[in-house]
Design a protein around this ligand. Structure first.
Ligand SMILES: [Zn+2]
Length: 459
């Protein structure tokens, strides 16, 4: 099998560095006769890490202080291994002191980005990107699109159509950079309107949020044969995708479904699902990844679950060093069937630190457990869940959006929930009441924000 496109792209960048940067050539000691391997990717990573640390030390008030407080100099950190000595950066630092991170004058900033993540609990944060940063961001988007598209494809972008350099606009630039045709159809159009745009432009790839594309698909399905529309790929963002829902979407459109993992702080696009379909390769041209124990801050053993922590390697306006994502995942170490031999790969993110609630008996519960259960039931579109305390026991209350509100669906939902170990074990142990379920009709959650799903803890 040909190498995964993201690997060819990264190798191209490393080759460019080897040809154009004398300092990197000396640092890497690469033998030009040998093909690139993991150790060349690591040399590239460590070289750009050193540059980033020196640059942040000289230009960012925040990082200068972090170095001074830790009694470190950039020269004390030669590479990945030494980076563990440096303090972590948290979302709260960004929320408190955004301007102290800035390494350029504000005149250089092409796009300040103000956003809130982590449901309704996360603080508001500001990120600044220079024109150089935006070029890097759209280059990675082009590389990400190349993993699912050819230059003959038309990519319909179902993201909110905002200002120039909005997420939709940057993706439009990325698709154009790759050489395919972008069509921004926005997020607020009706399902019929999205289909009309698809028919007009002969879109072959649809890019949007998982829940949004599922809802559109279910709304259109009764009146249209979507299998005949010529769509090759649904490229989905934003939410965890249970296997059953992936299969359902693949059947509805008779196409492949790929997902990606994104994070605004890291430049929107971070990682794309590899063709093997069981994990993500990420943007190793611009990001360094560590996985840490969220309690101790120590790195976990390869393959163990921990929090994803990224360091930017090429950022100009606002480099971030050891930035905590609060997303939990693990490295997948075995050789990847997609053919990539020099890329790291991590598992789907099933938990966020904020999304885990601890029950009275110490057991952990998080929303993707319910995604796997509920979104596998035909007719369920979306749901919300609350955890309450009732007669000194835990109780879950679900509000579930379904295509039809009928007794069969309700019975199946109740059966599925009660048999699930995450609920059944706690009921058997006497620490939880039977869950309560309320059905609402299709469209009830349509206007809700697309923040990451939480178990709303009302105890
Ligand atoms: Zn792969």
């Amino acid at each position: 099998m040909a190498a995964f496109q993201l690997e060819s792209w990264l190798h191209g960048i490393i080759e460019e560095n080897l040809n154009g940067d004398e300092a990197f050539r000396r640092f890497s000691g690469k033998n030009p006769a040998h093909p690139l391997t993991r150790s060349d990717v690591e040399a590239y990573r460590d070289f750009h890490l050193q540059r980033t640390l020196q640059y942040a030390y000289e230009n960012s008030y925040f990082y200068r202080e972090q170095f001074d407080r830790s009694r470190l100099k950039p020269s004390d950190i030669a590479g990945f291994k030494d980076l563990a000595k440096f303090p972590l950066t948290g979302p709260q630092h960004l929320a408190q002191y955004p301007y102290r991170f800035l390494c350029t004058s504000q005149a250089v900033v092409a796009r300040p980005c103000i956003f809130v993540t982590s449901g309704t609990t996360g603080p508001q944060k500001e990120i600044f990107w220079s024109q150089w940063d935006l070029e890097k961001i759209t280059e990675f988007m082009a590389a990400g699109i190349s993993t699912v598209a050819t230059r003959d494809d038309t990519v319909q972008i179902l993201l909110p159509d905002g200002k120039p350099n909005s997420q939709a606009d940057l993706l439009r630039q990325g698709v154009a950079k790759f050489g395919a045709r972008p069509v921004v159809s926005g997020a607020e159009q009706s399902a019929e309107e999205q289909l009309r745009i698809l028919d007009t432009f002969h879109s072959t790839i649809l890019f949007g949020f998982t829940g949004q594309l599922y809802r559109i698909s279910k709304e259109l399905q009764p009146d249209h044969d979507l299998q005949l529309k010529g769509v090759k790929v649904l490229f989905l963002a934003g939410e965890y995708l249970p296997a059953a829902r992936r299969r359902e979407l693949e059947t509805i459109w008779n196409c492949r479904v790929h997902t990606h993992y994104g994070l605004t702080e890291m430049g929107l696009g971070v990682a794309v699902e590899c063709t093997a379909g069981d994990g993500y390769h990420f943007n190793e041209a611009d990001l360094l990844l560590e996985i840490i124990d969220p309690v101790t801050g120590e790195r976990v053993k390869p393959g163990d679950e921990g929090e994803l922590v990224f360091t930017t390697l090429t950022r100009e306006a606002m480099p971030l060093i050891r930035y905590r994502t609060h997303d939990l995942s693990r490295l997948i170490e075995k050789p990847c069937p997609c053919g990539a031999t020099s890329l790291l790969k991590f598992d789907a993110v099933r938990k966020r630190l904020e999304s885990v609630v601890t029950l009275g008996n110490g057991a952990e519960m998080y929303p993707t457990l319910f995604d796997d259960l509920l979104l596998s039931i035909a007719g369920v579109i979306d749901y919300r869940v609350k955890l309450l305390r009732h007669e000194s026991m835990d109780r879950l209350e679900f509000t579930i959006e379904t295509i039809r509100e009928n007794d069969n669906v309700l019975a199946e939902i109740n059966r599925t929930l009660r048999l699930a170990p995450v609920i059944a074990d706690n009921i058997a142990a006497g620490s939880m009441n039977e869950p309560r379920v309320k059905l609402v009709g299709m469209g009830a959650f349509r206007t809700a924000d697309r923040a990451k799903k939480m178990i709303v803890d009302c105890r």
